[in-house]
Design a protein around this ligand. Structure first.
Ligand code: F0G
Length: 466
């Protein structure tokens, strides 16, 4: 017999949690927002969080911890060596990933630094579906070249293929043939953050592993959003509908030699990360680096209480009710933004909605910085903070195997976990509508300051005069 309430729960965006603690938010007046934005050099990075009404600049470390996680904090064992909290953390990571060796790090990029130091040398080519920007920067920091193998389908925003985060296998084959002996590893980012938060299919993970094996190259998962990826495999890929998220995650991990994670995403904590692998020798090398950079290998730059919160958060992150709600909320934002006139990447991804910035500001050429215009307008019109930047990818030509550069103008509306309600989402979409309406009046921006490495974190801008 069908259950009315269960069906309703599955259909609506009703939360599988309720609020226990609240944080006051304020929306500064329009005249204040103008002043604040100018003082922040028109960059969302320099805005003070207190001046932002709805903050969609990242889903990283911005989630709301549960009562269970806050309780776990009190169990934090702050012993320097071999604390109880380490073993709780290790068990949770082992249970969920299936990997036996677990190395805590203070966040994702700390794991990246260690792994790149161990695997990447000058002249190497690191292949990935898409590198996140810190991942890319760490490869470059070692003198390597990060190459992104996501397919052209990514830029066909209106074509609803279910796994746009996949590696383009033709490109991978060409790249392996041409550069195989210079490739120390293949990184599969699940889900694929910079590829519009799109998931990677199990079939793709399997195929990548098969091709990597031919060349004896290890595959690592950047598993920061592994749970959202698993949910999309369950709901979009044939044969997985009846499997549990836990089983899907185990199968995803089984195609990799190891993984690292920024726990600030799918483990719903404010800080933390780890490396996990079955390779004892590699794990030992990671531990040695860890002691040098982060701390002893049973805390890795984290407090015991942080390890406890991750242990609980990882389990909550694979809860299907939670994932279903999260994915529906993000999809709702995407649908409403589309109705409001934005060109959004479809199908809507896991952690946020990606927008085609050029379509929003067709009158602004790239040198007039349309992505700065969108961030500024979202703040001016609604106190909403988002991220947008020209996004440079090193890609491989399918025909010649040559590496070429391509720039995409993308904006990301990232949704923090368990933080905003559907009314907040409706508010954001309405602001998008207003921005779309007034976009033509924006004259564009110029760069005042932009350092070379990870420049967008430091950049300052000024509006162009009419
Ligand atoms: N890998 C991916 C796929 C990420 O999205 C991030 C961070 C990292 C690695 C680095 O982890 O921040 O803990 O050091 N992404 C955040 C974002 C910052 O906004 O997407 P971290």
């Amino acid at each position: 017999m069908s259950d009315f309430a269960q069906d309703l729960f599955a259909r609506t965006v009703a939360e599988p949690y309720r609020t226990k603690v609240v944080e006051r938010l304020a929306l500064p007046a329009r005249s204040d927002r103008e002043r604040i934005l100018a003082a922040a050099f028109y960059s969302p990075i320099h805005l003070e969080a207190n001046d932002v009404y709805i903050d969609l600049i990242t889903d990283s470390g911005t989630g709301a911890m549960s009562d269970q996680q806050w309780s776990a904090l009190m169990r934090g064992d702050e012993a320097y060596f071999n604390s109880k909290s380490f073993f709780a953390f290790e068990k949770s990571v082992r249970d969920i990933t299936g990997f036996s060796r677990v190395i805590p790090t203070h966040q994702g990029r700390a794991a990246e630094k260690i792994i790149m130091e161990l695997l990447v040398d000058r002249g190497d080519i690191v292949l990935s579906n898409t590198h996140f920007d810190t991942t890319k920067a760490h490869v470059e920091n070692r003198g390597g070249k990060p190459v992104d193998l996501v397919g052209d389908w990514l830029w066909r925003f209106d074509e609803p293929s279910p796994f746009k985060g996949n590696v383009d296998l033709d490109r991978l084959e060409v790249a392996l043939e041409r550069y195989g002996d210079r490739v120390p590893m293949i990184i599969m980012t699940v889900l694929n953050n910079f590829a519009c938060s799109s998931p990677v299919s199990m079939a793709n993970l399997r195929d990548v592993r098969r091709l990597a094996d031919k060349h004896d190259i290890p595959v690592f998962l950047d598993a920061s959003r592994f749970a959202e990826n698993a949910y999309f495999i369950k709901t979009r890929e044939g044969g997985y509908g009846d499997k549990s998220i836990a089983d899907i995650v185990k199968e995803m991990m089984s195609y990799a030699s190891g993984c690292w994670m920024s726990a600030k995403k799918d483990a719903i904590v404010n800080i933390g990360g780890f490396i996990a692998t079955n390779d004892e020798r590699f794990a030992r090398l990671c531990q040695e680096k860890l002691v040098l950079y982060e701390g002893f290998y049973t805390y890795g730059g984290l407090a015991g209480r942080d390890l406890e919160a991750i242990a609980v958060g990882l389990r909550e992150g694979i809860d299907e009710d939670y994932l279903a709600h999260r994915v529906r909320l993000v999809a709702t934002l995407g649908e409403l933004m589309e109705q409001a006139g934005a060109r959004v990447s479809k199908p809507i991804g896991g952690s946020g909605v990606f927008v085609d910035v050029e379509a929003m500001y067709p009158h602004l050429a790239a040198d007039k910085l349309p992505s700065v215009a969108l961030c500024a307008d979202m703040y001016l019109e609604g106190g909403v903070r988002i991220a947008a930047a020209p996004f440079l990818m090193h890609r491989v030509s399918k025909e010649s195997g040559d590496v070429f550069d391509q720039v995409f103008q993308l904006a990301r509306f990232a949704v923090p976990r368990r933080v905003y309600s559907k009314s907040h989402i409706e508010f954001v979409a309405a602001v998008v509508g207003k921005v779309k309406e007034t976009a033509r009046e924006n004259r564009g921006y110029r760069i005042v300051e932009m350092p070379e490495i990870l420049g967008h974190f430091f950049a300052k801008f000024a509006p162009l005069e009419a």
